[in-house]
Design a protein around this ligand. Sequence first.
Ligand code: FE2
Length: 436
Amino acid sequence: MPQIRGPLTYQTGFGNELESEAEAGVLPHGRNSPQQPARGLVSELISGTTFTAPRALNRRTYVFRAMPSVVHGRYQPTEVKTFDTPPFTQPPNPNQMRWDPLGIPAAEQDFLDGMFTICGNGSPDAQSGTALHVYRATVPMTDRFFLDADGELLVMPDTGTLLIATELGRLQVAPGELALIPRGIKFRVELPEGPSRGFVCENYGLPFRLPELGLIGSNGLANAVDFHVPDAWYEIEEKPCTLVQKFCGSFWEARLDHSPLDVVAWRGNHVPAKFNMYDFVALGTATVDHPDPSIFCALSSPSDPVLGGNADFMVLPPRWAVAEDTFRPPGFHRNCVAEYLGIITGKHEGKSASGLRPGGASLHNNWAAHGPDVETFELARSVELPPRKIEDSLVFMIESRQPLQVADAALSAPEFQRDYQDHWQGFVRRFPGTNA
Ligand code: FE2
């Protein structure tokens, strides 16, 4: 049953200062801590970066809410069974790895219980690294809310729509869109169209930002104006509910006697946002060859300019392929960074359609050799090369400088493709050379 109440409205921009009020006249003008905020609200600061972070990178939001966040019961340990945090028990694996789309179970599980960790690196304690999860939600979160103190969440449904009700407003996120939920923001996930499955990147490092454009200039890739930030929205409900917090890889649960989504107005830039990945302005070669995938970078959590990002997020949308006398799919390569790739819809141009389906994902760790499977290679080396549209395909990739460890459950899952390497068998050596 649809649970959307009232119209959803958004502002636009990425990282810029915004303000919003669900009741007219509630935001104090020119100040954030009046002695008595309007209508009996309380002022509360949520900082997403250290106070003295450079101005352009500083993230913080003042919220004006009915009850301060400190009013909650004592946190008690709890567990969310398949929502895991690195380091895991298995060492990083140099094999090429791939998963079929995880099945959506019949059992009732909400967004939180439906989280299933695939791989990760670093640790939230060190505020470095990332984890990749798949969620499979069959029921909405009702009387519980979630706060991830470990990382910012990048959420991408491939099946079903999410209504994410956050402290700062509500986002409706359909397949093809992504939601960014900043670290430390409370939210609830509802399912207006029934069960939903999708990908989650949990970023323990620096918050995602738009990448520099360098010689590209001032336009292209993910444009700031195409990010949508929800307007303030609140609910005043006195009812028993729980707040689950993920903190340093452990889960804690506190009782509340009211909904924590009681922010009536806010101003700042530590805010959730959504982005339609079909709005990504893809650039590419107009002559020959294959640009590096960095040309598809939509968001970046930087780490080291030489060794790689903490997490660089790429969008590969429908686009034209026009390169002449060129092997057009991604060729054979071995990269210094780890690559996790997921299919939202359609197929990846470098793989046969049967190998990697929507909801499926692959992992090629640092320096793992990979590239087109034999079927794709044989076709692409001899096919005619008129300008061709890569249609009906939406793919994302996350690159990370540190090797990604695979969680035990993901290695033993029935969806783990144990025959992935077979797709490169039967490769024909055409070079006839003999030893001199
Ligand atoms: Fe690759």
